[in-house]
Design a protein around this ligand. Sequence first.
Ligand SMILES: Nc1ncnc2c1ncn2[C@@H]1O[C@H](COP(=O)(O)OP(=O)(O)OP(=O)(O)O)[C@@H](O)[C@H]1O
Ligand SMILES: [Mg+2]
Length: 271
Amino acid sequence: MNIQRVSTGIAGLDTLLQGGFIPSRSYLVTGEAGTGKTTACMQFLLNGLKKKENAVYVTVDERPAEILQTAASLDWDLQKYVQEKSLVILDASAYFSGLAVGGAEKGADLQKIISDLAAYAKRMAATRLVIDPVTPLILSGDSPARVQDIARALMHLLQSNLTTTNLISSHLPRGFDHDPTNGIEEFLAAGVLILRVNQTNGRFSRTLTVKKMRGTSVEPNEYPFNIVKGSGIVLASPELRPAAAETEESFHPLEFFQLPKEEPEKDPTNT
Ligand SMILES: Nc1ncnc2c1ncn2[C@@H]1O[C@H](COP(=O)(O)OP(=O)(O)OP(=O)(O)O)[C@@H](O)[C@H]1O
Ligand SMILES: [Mg+2]
């Protein structure tokens, strides 16, 4: 059976993902500060909004006004969709900073957040949802086991309460040297995208890795990308070559030898 995929909105990534995300599932985009997570989230929503879909953006670190400003700096008019009511931006910072009224019990908060979210999504018949970033919610657990419990509960609540396709961002501490997603993603996501800023010989470059994508065959390579005004994240195209291949290409110590093409022998009877 061929499922209609949901475009990620990222030029080049849909090709890698055989059309995009599988609908009604949750995907994680993770990376250090400034690697492009918010850009990816906006791009995903904008792709749907342009097709007259409705969307919900849950923001945690930035105020809704800042989100609109960030979008405007990339030449994206999210404000228009807010005015048209096809986009709802929900500010969840109160929940995450523990300031929510009656929010003493974190487990109850989680359930309340997701049921509030589900109500919004249902009321406006949203097809796409972003939580940017989810990390403060997940890390509200006081031990690794508790964090995993919360992550699993969140996953379950999202899957059972929402029919939207979800892109959830999580930030990594700088220089995190072990599994960057800290094991959260195995409960949370049907797929994991890792964004990085690499430094080689004093030059910075951005890369995207598809670490995991259920139901989709994809090479776990690092793909270079740029953030471009008006387009957002744009993967190096058209070949979508992995980052490693790019450095190899710049230096060719061995030249491939090809036999010269032989002239076809003339047929003596055909003269
Ligand atoms: N208008 C723009 N044009 C080109 N690049 C931009 C523009 N605005 C931002 N950027 C670049 O995009 C990068 C990624 O920004 P983004 O907010 O998506 O990162 P993030 O991963 O969400 O960061 P954080 O972890 O702090 O939330 C910025 O660091 C900046 O270099
Ligand atoms: Mg961000």
